[in-house]
Structures are given as C-alpha cells and as structure tokens.
Write a protein that binds this ligand. Structure first.
Ligand SMILES: [Fe+2]
Ligand SMILES: [Fe+2]
Length: 167
C-alpha cells in the first residue's frame, strides 16, 4: 500500500467509527424519547459501523501497512423529532457513500487494484445502507403526526436482528 492509499484507508477507519459514534448518540436520543425500537435499530446500526471499521483495520494490517488511529469527533447529542433523525441517517449514509467512492477513485489513480477489490464490498454495502435508511425515512414520513403509527413503527424497528456479516 502506498502512503496516499494507506492514509486514506486510515481516515476511513475513523469515519466508520465516527458513524458508529453518531448512531450510538442517536440510539441514546431515541431511548430518552421513549422509542426503544428506534433505539434498538440505531444500536444495531452502530455495531455494524464498528464492524466496517474493523474490516478496514484488518485489511490495512493484512496489506502489511501501518494502522494509524485518528481522533474521533464527538457526535451531536441534540436531535430533533424522529423524522429529522432518520433524515440525518440517510444524509450521513450518502456522505459516506461519497467517501467510499473517492477512496475507490484514489486507489485506482494509485494503481492499487487490490484496494479497489476490497472497496467493492463497501460500494455494495452502501447501496444497502442507503436503501434501508431511505425506507426508514419514508416510513416515518408516512406516519406523519399519527402517534399510533409511529409506535407501530417503533415495534417493528425493535424486532430487527443484526444482519449476518457478508463475506
Ligand atoms: Fe459503514
Ligand atoms: Fe453505514
């Protein structure tokens, strides 16, 4: 791995861990708002992000490159109503998709085809992440001001289970 690609991977490790931090903060918010199902869902999302960070961590090590952990920014702690939180999730996932695409682009410019192959997994994963965030956003939007619909959604999100890690 050359220095530019290695640094960009190290930066992405941080970004994945930050995503986990942000989703944990959202999980705490939902818990305090008495929406335990949404809290549960965001906690699962946070765990998934930590898994992404670890996947990159292991990849950098496997390439024999140096892992340099960077400082993780503090996530916001104040959030608005459920709809604005799920909108933020979608917005965040789209931003991460952009980062992965730029990392893929850089790896190509640097002739690191192996890194591009590893990043294909992340490109596919982001399609899933954006799709599920968009569905959640649409469902919360449909519930609108109807509190019983929101509580039903909360139950639905509460029954989600962690997805098995794909190869
Ligand atoms: Fe991620
Ligand atoms: Fe994500």
């Amino acid at each position: 791995m050359n220095a530019a690609v290695r640094d960009a991977f190290n930066e992405q490790i941080k970004q994945e861990l930050y995503s986990g931090y942000l989703y944990l903060s959202m999980s705490a918010h939902f818990d305090q708002e008495n929406l335990p199902g949404f809290a549960h869902w965001m906690r699962l999302q946070a765990q998934e992000e930590l898994g992404h960070g670890m996947r990159l961590f292991d990849y950098v090590l496997r390439r024999g490159a140096k892992v340099e952990l960077r400082g993780i920014d503090a996530p916001q702690t104040d959030f608005g109503p459920p709809l604005s939180v799920v909108e933020s999730v979608l917005e965040h996932e789209r931003a991460v998709t952009g980062m992965i695409h730029r990392l893929f682009e850089l790896s190509g410019q640097e002739g690191d085809w192996a890194a591009q192959q590893e990043l294909q997994w992340f490109i596919a994963e982001q399609v899933e992440e954006e799709d599920s965030a968009a569905t959640a956003r649409d469902q919360v939007r449909m519930a609108g001001e109807d509190l019983s619909a929101l509580l039903m959604l909360d139950q639905q999100f509460g029954s989600r289970v962690a997805e098995p890690e794909q190869a």
